[in-house]
Structures are given as structure tokens and as C-alpha cells.
Design a protein around this ligand. Structure first.
Ligand SMILES: *Cc1c(COP(=O)(O)O)cnc(C)c1O
Length: 399
């Protein structure tokens, strides 16, 4: 990651097709657009690539989560369970639909711990969102088993793991809906953009209508203005330029992953020599999209020592225990209930507190995140950059 590293003639050509017609809107203008329907084509290609059946393009990965939650019938007062190690977008979408996020621990997959998930389910739980963080698999089959035991739908936040699989089956196709992000730092990118996939036609229909002001998309002689509606929607429509870029990027995704895998293997071999090192638990190493390389040390002090050496050698790693955007205890705006709403929503309303977030509620995740070090793997890492990291890891192995 990110896919802009491989922008080339293919993306340019796709975008020029759109400029040749001048139609940036994904619907209507049937005469003027001369058969160019890039967003529709992108949805079909993405659905085909993942084997999902149906795909709905939207404006962002965050919008994708919200549109999916809407289609699953989540609303005010419901609880939605996700993990404490994720990007803020996952729980922003839960709040935005009116529901309350509940956070689970992560285990050495760096994703949702299914045992902790089982403990957090209540009669208010309306959906479960495991996140496939850092390019690789959550224990999705175990999570599905827990969820199915309670008849709760699973929404897979696959924003960071496009193209990743388990035994050939794409992440995002295990739950009721899978969502993806194509923002500017994701493996495949359209600048901004997102996708929802599902095998359930009625869920897809709801997402299609909700993301377009409720338009039922039933063709009739009145055109768009004459379309009916079943419920209140919103506008999360993707534009044709994004669909065009998405088509070119999707065609390169498997090659990007293959390049990342090669680099990751070299880094892993170098890191394996560090005393006490262990690696992130991958459910299917073959299906890893290899956008990140994560390794663990026995404890926080050990990890800090190793990272000091890596930094001194110009190749410091990310410690998500210190990163403020991806880990629960550092979300001070969540913990401090900071909202723009004068009445305190979503944390409180009408003088009543709805929920309090305790920063110490995920001790196992904190212990794990503090001793985990992570490198991002660019699609095109220069040999110099790569050898620099390998050299730094070799220095750390002499500790
Ligand atoms: C990037 C990301 C999102 C949100 O995607 P945007 O397209 O930036 O809105 C959601 N979840 C996770 C885990 C992400 O990394």
C-alpha cells in the first residue's frame, strides 16, 4: 500500500473515457454518456473479483460502514460490537447511525478476540463488526460461529484488507456484508471511495436505495424524477471518475499484493533473528495481503528497546500503543465524550448519560499493542529502503 504508487497509463485512460462524455454522475444521461457507466462497471468487477454476488459503491469506507449498518436495520439504542484496535471510522459510523459501540479485546491476530466477543453480547447487540486490520484476517470463522449462535449479523470492515483471503475465499464475503475503503492510503485507491459487498440481493437493494436518497431505481418513463422510495435515505454516491480509477486499480491489486509479499518475506527473515521475537498470528499466510508486517517482543520494555535500535538506524517501527488514531485508550475524544451537539448526543441526551468509556477496559489489548512493532509495506519499496530496514533489524538482533 498505497495504490497511488502504481498510478499509470491505465488510470489515465479510464479517466479520459469519462471526460470524453463529460458525464460525472453515475445515473441517467443515458444518451450523452455513450455507454460509459464506470461506477456500475466497477461494482460488477469488484463483485466478480471477490465472488460476492452484489456490490454497492459509495463515497468512502466510512460511508460504506454506515450504509451497511442501515441495511442491517441498526438504529438508535442498539449496540454494535467492534474491536478496540481499529481506525476511528469504524465506531464513528456506529455512532452516526445512532447506535452505541462496544469494544472487544484483540488477540495475536491483532483482530477481534472471539472469546471476548462472546462475553460482550447482550440483548441489545444488533450487529458485530470484526475489522481485518493491517491487511490480514480476523478469526472470521470463529466470529461467525459466535454470531450465528445468537442470530446477530456480522459486518466485516475490510477497509485495510482488499484482496486478502482465507483458503481462497475473499475477506468481506464471510459476513452478511463486507465493506472496503479506497481512500488515498489504502492498497487500491480511488482518492476517496468505498464499496459494500453482499450475497443477499435484498440487502444490496437496501444499500443501493439508502445511498441514493431512497431512490428505488425502478426504471419508469418519468426517469429519476419519477422513481419511488421505500424509506428515507441519504447521499453517498460515488462519482464516475472514482469508478474509472477503481477499475484500473482493481486490475492491479493482485500484482500489488504479490510485490508486498516478497518484501514482507525478506523483512520477516531479518526480524526472526531478534531474540524473543514472535510474529502476528496469520489465519492463512497465503491469503495475507501483506500491506503490513507486525512482530511482537515479550514485553513493552523489550519492544521499546528494539525500537530504539531500529530508530537509531533510521528504520523506526510503528507502535500502535503510541498511535492516537487506531487504539482505544488514546481516543481521548471518545473517552472524554467530546461532541459538537449541545445536548451531548451521542454520549448523553436530555440530561441523561447514555454511556461512559473507561480507558482501562481493554487490558489484554493494551499489553499486546505495547509490545507489537509494525512496518508498513509500500508496493514499491526501493532496495535501499528495504535493505535499510533489514540492516536495522540485524542490529536489533544483536541486543
Ligand atoms: C480507512 C479505514 C476506514 C474508513 O475508510 P475511509 O474511506 O477513509 O472513510 C474504515 N475502517 C478502517 C479499518 C480503515 O482503515
Amino acid at each position: 500500500m498505497p495504490g497511488f504508487e502504481v498510478f499509470g497509463e491505465e488510470e489515465k485512460k479510464q479517466v479520459l473515457d469519462v471526460f470524453d462524455t463529460g458525464i460525472l454522475f453515475r445515473y441517467e444521461f443515458d444518451k450523452e454518456r455513450q455507454g460509459v457507466y464506470k461506477v456500475r462497471e466497477f461494482e460488477r468487477a469488484f463483485s466478480g473479483y471477490t465472488g460476492a454476488g452484489f456490490a454497492q459503491a459509495v463515497t468512502s469506507g466510512t460511508a460504506a460502514l454506515k450504509v451497511a449498518l442501515a441495511a442491517l436495520g441498526v438504529g438508535a439504542g442498539d449496540e454494535v460490537i467492534t474491536q478496540g484496535f481499529t481506525f476511528v471510522a469504524t465506531w464513528e459510523a456506529i455512532f452516526d447511525i445512532g447506535a452505541i459501540p462496544v469494544f472487544t479485546e484483540v488477540d495475536e491476530t491483532l483482530n477481534m478476540d472471539p472469546v471476548d466477543l462472546a462475553k460482550k453480547i447482550t440483548e441489545k447487540t444488533k450487529a458485530i463488526i470484526p475489522v481485518h486490520m493491517l491487511g490480514a484476517q480476523a478469526r472470521i470463522q470463529e466470529i461467525m460461529a459466535v454470531a450465528e449462535g445468537h442470530s446477530i449479523p456480522v459486518l466485516e470492515d475490510t477497509a485495510q484488507a482488499a484482496g486478502a483471503r482465507i483458503n481462497g475465499r475473499h475477506l468481506g464475503t464471510f459476513g452478511s456484508i463486507g465493506t472496503f475503503s479506497f481512500d488515498s492510503v489504502k492498497t487500491m485507491t480511488t482518492g476517496e471511495g468505498g464499496m459494500c459487498i453482499t450475497k443477499d440481493e435484498e440487502l444490496w437493494r437496501k444499500m443501493s436505495e439508502y445511498h441514493d436518497h431512497g431512490h428505488d431505481h425502478v426504471v419508469n418513463p418519468g426517469g429519476r424524477g419519477g422513481e419511488g422510495r421505500r424509506f428515507i435515505g441519504f447521499n453517498y454516491r460515488m462519482m464516475e471518475l472514482q469508478g474509472a480509477i477503481g477499475l484500473a486499480q482493481l486490475a492491479k491489486l493482485d500484482q500489488m499484493i504479490a510485490a508486498q509479499k516478497k518484501t514482507k518475506q525478506l523483512l520477516k527473515e531479518a526480524a526472526a533473528k531478534i531474540p524473543g521475537v514472535s510474529f502476528r498470528n496469520l489465519i492463512d499466510e497465503q491469503g495475507d495481503s501483506a500491506t503490513f508486517f507486525a512482530f511482537m517482543l515479550p514485553d513493552k520494555e523489550h519492544a521499546a528497546k528494539v525500537n530504539t535500535v531500529l530508530r537509531e538506524n533510521g528504520a523506526g517501527a510503528i507502535n500502535f500503543g503510541e498511535n492516537s488514531w487506531h487504539f482505544y485508550p488514546s481516543w481521548e475524544h471518545l473517552i472524554g465524550a467530546k461532541t459538537l451537539a449541545d445536548n451531548g448526543w451521542p454520549f448523553s441526551a436530555h440530561g441523561k448519560r447514555r454511556i461512559i468509556y473507561d480507558p482501562d477496559t481493554l487490558p489484554a489489548s493494551a499489553e499486546l499493542m505495547n509490545r507489537t512493532l509494525v512496518y508498513q509495506i509500500p508496493v514499491r519499496m526501493s532496495e535501499e529502503q528495504r535493505d535499510n530496514i533489514i540492516h536495522a533489524l540485524a542490529k536489533a538482533s544483536q541486543l
